[in-house]
Design a protein around this ligand. Structure first.
Ligand SMILES: [Cu+2]
Length: 177
């Protein structure tokens, strides 16, 4: 039915917008420090909650760089054959998928002095359910919303309904935080 489809589109749009609004920029070391040898980056990284869609921002002076490396090279502070090399003082890394990523500074000795972070990105709470997300109690998910009441007057009602459902969804997500 057209109204139901419109409702689903509304829900999807609301969820998408809300997730965008929730995306967080994590400036490495901020607010007290930055990507340097004097900041306690392990404490900083431990204080962060990285979700898919967030961004990692490295701000640094020209004596540093950012190497994305493997877990093994992270552990041993090996700067050889990095996955990616970033320079320029302002590096933005999009955390587009769940999982662990490893970053070290390529300047000699800096990784050993603590310029290394392990970033563990987890799926955002609002990620569309693809069947099974263990441990997440979701009484209502966009896919399992009850059928809407029969349309009284199909056109005028649908926008209002959309707004109401969108607001309700947002409230629900806010409460879930
Ligand atoms: Cu450095």
């Amino acid at each position: 039915m057209a109204v139901q489809r419109a409702l689903l589109v509304c829900l999807a749009a609301a969820a998408f917008v809300f997730q965008l609004a929730l995306a967080v920029d994590h400036t490495v070391g901020a607010p007290a420090g930055s990507w340097d040898t004097t900041t306690d980056l392990q404490t900083w990284v431990g204080s962060q909650n990285f979700l898919v869609g967030d961004r990692l921002i490295f701000m640094y002076t020209s004596n540093h760089d950012v190497l994305e490396v493997t877990a093994a090279n992270y552990a041993s502070c090996s700067t050889g054959s990095p996955i990616a090399t970033h320079t320029g003082g302002n590096t933005v890394i999009g955390l587009s998928a769940p999982g662990k990523r490893y970053f070290i500074c390529g300047t000699a000795g800096h990784c050993q002095q603590g310029m290394k972070i392990e970033v563990d990105t987890t799926a955002a709470a609002g990620t569309p359910p693809s069947g099974s997300s263990p441990g997440v109690p979701s009484a209502e998910s966009p896919g399992s919303s009850p059928p809407p009441p029969p349309p009284a007057s199909s056109n005028g009602v649908s926008l209002k309904t959309c707004l109401a459902v969108g607001l309700g969804l947002m409230l629900m997500m806010l409460l879930a935080l």
